[in-house]
Design a protein around this ligand. Sequence first.
Ligand SMILES: C[S@@+](CC[C@H](N)C(=O)[O-])C[C@H]1O[C@@H](n2cnc3c(N)ncnc32)[C@H](O)[C@@H]1O
Length: 487
Amino acid sequence: MWRRYLMWFAHEHVDFRHAEMQSILTLFNIPIKFVEKPCVLKPYWIVELPSEEIVKKIASRSVLIKNCIELWGRAKTESQLHENLRSALKNDTGEWIMQKSCNADASDRHICPSTLIQACCSADKSFKVEVETFCKHFSMQEKIAKIESFSYLPLEGAVKLKNPDVTLAYLEFYGVDPNNVPEKPYDLFFGKWVADGQRDLIQVHSLKKRQFIGNTSMDAQLSIIMANQAQVKAGDMVLDPFVGSGSLLVAAAHFGAYVLGSDIDFMMLHARTRPTRVGQKVRNKDESIRANMRQYGTESRYVDVVVSDFSLPTWHERLMLDAIITDPPYGVREPTEKIGIERENYTLSEEHLVNHIPSKVEYGLSHIYRDLLNFAAKHLVLGRRLVCWYPLVREEYREDQLPWHPCLKLVANSEQVLSKLTSRRLLTYEKIHDEVPDVPIDHNGGVHNFREKYFCMGEQTRRERKEKRAEEMATNAANRALTVNIT
Ligand SMILES: C[S@@+](CC[C@H](N)C(=O)[O-])C[C@H]1O[C@@H](n2cnc3c(N)ncnc32)[C@H](O)[C@@H]1O
């Protein structure tokens, strides 16, 4: 029997909520019915799903879900919620009853079947009630008073605060604006807790505690979202061709994939770059992507990383990948470069060959994304996904100018705002055709001059601001010294 659930989300990365859920639903082939249309201003969805097992499956993947509740009651006021629950105790129809309200101030009444409540009430089922409020804080005393207001429920089991058989949840929603919190909640919910989402992973995988990180390491939450967008599952083979410190591989390996990566930066892959952590002078000997995998217990899924320039063919023709997840360089915090030389007809003498470090030339963003989409079209298994970030000047964004390829269908596109002027979009492409030739570079794409625009608009990195300040201070000090000398 389909049941009604409240999916309570974290109120961050709101633009990614629908995309993440959709990816998880299609990954497990889960049908869903919306009881009301999702709204970005509300951190919850009310849905119907075929079973509790399915709800647990969704929660086992989503990092944006806080928890999932089997809904017993929902109302606009406390008294109405209690009235609905009391009526539910008498609802023997086995179905939800909807009663239209004739009072304009009151909401329609949704009364759950009594069987849902009765199933949790027997004497052998210990229970506890948790109170959660969104955008308002209540003292323990106030929470206890709220819990006691449900004492009419025929719960016969013992109260047990640690690991009870049943956890009941009471939630009050006071809107999303902390500067404009109403006296009374907008929405109230009561039901049985079913599962928590994967919010704990954000702490477990936090960059703060990770052994090896770099300047552009992707944070844990976004990395997990990317792995979900890519529908990564156990046994998949996943590549990040701009791997850096390997954050995206950590997330993919967590969901059971075998992971491999490549990066042009030898120093990065060998953890010889300047330490990223404040106060750390030299890198520890055991810093590496493999060490990160070991830290999270996924070393057995680490295939390898190689130093290689993505603009050059590195991989075997027949390499097939289940997912490509990547964050290419934007030219802001790291250069967009590929191996090459501006001079024509350049040849290297025999004697210089051994220790030669190749020179680099600009690898424009349009070229990077053309190469990335061509590579994905060739090396992805049909039906599988490429997930990549794409930087933008917000006011210039046009969906029809996003990178495209006839083999790849854009299935999700979520924006993360970086500043007033810039953002990046997480693009998810699904391979829909095989055997299509490479596409040429798209000169209409709005990104190829992202770097110039970024700096023209006065956007600077923290390091650059710091360097500029230090430069100004040095100049001032030199000027002062000069003035003293002159005088
Ligand atoms: C935004 S960073 C990726 C960060 C990574 N997601 C992480 O979590 O550490 C982009 C990476 O692309 C690499 N890169 C730049 N140009 C490249 C090229 N031509 N081929 C391969 N990698 C390149 C840079 O060295 C850098 O590590």
